[in-house]
Write a protein that binds this ligand. Sequence first.
Ligand code: ASP
Length: 443
Amino acid sequence: MIIRFVTCLLLLCSCLHAQRRPASAGIIGDTADIQTPVKGGFVLMGGSTSVDDAFKWMLERSGGGDVVILRATGTDAYNSYIDELGKSNSIETLKIDSRNMANNDRWYVGNGRLVKSDNMLPKEKYVMVIHGGAGTILKKNMTPEKEAAYRAALKEALTTGYQAIQAGKSSIDAVEATIRVLEDCPLFNAGKGAVFTHDGRNEMDAAIMNGKTLEAGAVAGVTNIKNPISAARAVMEKSEHVMMTGPGAEQFAKDAGIEIVDPKYFWTKERWDGLQQALKEDSMKSKLDHSYQPAGKLGIENHDNKFGTVGAVALDKAGNLAAATSTGGMTNKKYGRIGDSPIIGAGTYANNKTVAVSCTGWGEFYIRNVVAYDLSALIAYKGLSVEEAGKTVIAKVDAMGGDGGLIALDKDGNAALPFNTDGMYRGTVTADGKIEIHIYKED
Ligand code: ASP
């Protein structure tokens, strides 16, 4: 039986003068104890002067195999040493671009051989990811009927986007069509289900971005546009501007032939009750003003602890990314407050070179952390995977006291859906049409 194993070696220059330590340092267990044949494995070593002994130790116990060393420097100085030991079938040194590579899945052992990603079984390639908001979404607060309704709405939205992509339409068409479905559904805090401001109005924000051209469009604080995402797209395609607000945006949308409705269209009982609850808490707060301690570090409270913003990111057949986000903002928002969703780089961003992102959560924190662009920058400048970059930016929001989540889809169809809340309405669809929907953290 040929036993194959792999050695990952990261040479750290600072370790070159390190004190010589016993080769077994840090080893937990001994391959001599293993009765069943070893098919393959990785050994990660941090360099230092004890690597010769470590190689020897390993080779003596492995009983032979193909040794592959991954080295940041790419020098194959260890090949002859390992050859001389005479315990291996073959020895090869491969250069790694960055130390991160040793930890990611571009290399893996399959059927006892080290395989590069090119030869790997294709990973699931996603073409669309959506969210319907993150927040205190707990199974114990959900009825089966309500959960079924959320799942059905998310599925309908994903199916709409997937069909557009399958038909060869652009990712921009796909995200707009998907968001329109969610805007028309009263379950989500966007369009028909938008939350109320302190003054009892519905003021909506939306943005869309084209990853191929880096063109973007956004509207903010609009009150009578049935589908704000279509108005955002019109700003992107039919004006020389990126963002329009309030009555100006509404006038522009009307002129562009976008459907205008009576603001009463946006009234829903659930959202109205949500505002009444928030107002009650507000008045309690002023009565207790002398002793009141604000909950958030920003000195404002997160009244609607269930965000319901909607977002979609898509990758079309031509390899173009797009992102879109639409929201009613936060319940009880005041003074023409605008959140992160319509701000390019904060709540929405797309760039074919990196990733498409749509965020949901406590907008002030997303604006201050420039979350969507930060995620893209971590991929562009640091070479992080979309998953690592997603985790990093949510950790930053979390560390500041904010909460929420995001969806991200990279240029290769890898998806990440991190959040630091109890749940996030979310769904994915793969290139071959497999739909997955999740709601809770433990889903
Ligand atoms: N991010 C949105 C805002 O702050 C709210 C949400 O995600 O539900 O306006």
